[in-house]
Design a protein around this ligand. Structure first.
Ligand code: ADP
Length: 274
């Protein structure tokens, strides 16, 4: 028999995102309403760690709401969300599931980074400081560690020479690349991308998508991406989820969804956007 001892030390998830294909995100019967409008309707889906999943579907079908739920910017009316085995929306106390407190939510959220449509950089901080801020304040990294990490990421997004600029001095595409570096500096397990190129001038889109292709190719990070850039989605996705009316109506590989979808609704949507 093989008597080789196994390493008993579990990997620090912030340093080594699990890429064993285990389930990282699970939505279970999630319903979200705004007033009388049911935006997500008893939604169930899961994302395995290390995968790149793209959400497509008509405007208003609830895609952004899914990312906002994961960021705890909004809360579900019904159902549960799990990230890395922990309930995001609930916590276990005394053997019972109760609505999650702020501390629990902050801990689970450390695993999640998000890049928004409108970059949202801190306007009063230079580029380098924008990236260092959260690792120092939230993770407790030393300034030196945070700076080394920030410089490495700026290099990766092609902006090493802009570290002392204020965001307003950069183009939209450059600001968005800084925002990507800022999200990655937290070493999240999941990167949420919410139509990150839709506020950009057309000539700046490719540079941002190239950076994201690099991230997808060279890191283990799990990506959940809402985008109208169908070629990009096709390139980077392991799985595409097609939303309509607050539900996933179809999911599959990009070849399947873009090439030979089962649903008429998917076909209609794609012929309108492609
Ligand atoms: P998508 O990303 O697919 O375009 P969203 O998730 O942004 O869709 O929005 C889904 C629906 O929820 C839309 O009808 C939108 O108007 C509504 N909605 C989203 N956020 C709010 C909010 N904070 N208050 C009221 N309605 C909202």
């Amino acid at each position: 028999a093989d008597t080789t001892p196994t390493d008993p030390t579990p990997a620090d998830p912030h340093q080594n995102p699990a890429v064993d294909g285990s389930e990282l995100i699970r939505f279970d019967k999630v319903t979200k309403r705004f007033g009388g409008n049911t935006v997500l309707d008893n939604l169930c889906f899961s994302v395995d760690s290390g995968k790149h999943v793209t959400l497509i579907g008509p405007s208003g079908s609830g895609k952004t709401t899914i990312l906002r739920l994961l960021m705890t910017l909004v809360k579900p009316d019904e159902g549960t969300i799990k990230v890395n085995g922990d309930y995001l929306t609930h916590e276990e106390r005394g053997g019972k599931l109760v609505p999650a407190g702020e501390k629990h939510i902050r801990e689970v959220r450390k695993n999640i980074g998000m890049v928004f449509q409108q970059f949202n950089l801190f306007p009063n901080m230079r580029v380098l400081q924008n990236i260092m801020e959260a690792p120092v304040q939230v993770l407790g990294l030393s300034k030196d560690e945070a700076e080394a990490r920030a410089r490495e990421l700026l290099d990766m997004v092609g902006l090493a020479d802009r570290c002392n600029d204020y965001p307003s001095r950069l183009s939209g595409g450059q600001q968005q690349r800084v925002a990507i570096a800022r999200a990655l500096a937290m070493r999240p397990q999941v990167l949420l991308l919410d139509e990150v190129t839709s506020a950009l001038d057309p000539e700046l889109v490719a540079g941002v998508l190239d950076v994201l292709r690099d991230v997808a190719r060279t890191t283990d990070i799990t990506m959940l991406c809402v985008t109208h850039e169908m070629n990009f989605a096709r390139d980077i996705s392991d799985q595409v989820l097609m939303f309509d009316g607050g539900k996933v109506i179809e999911s599959g590989s990009p070849d399947k969804i873009f090439g030979d979808p089962d649903h008429e609704r998917t076909r209609e949507f794609l012929s309108a956007v492609l």
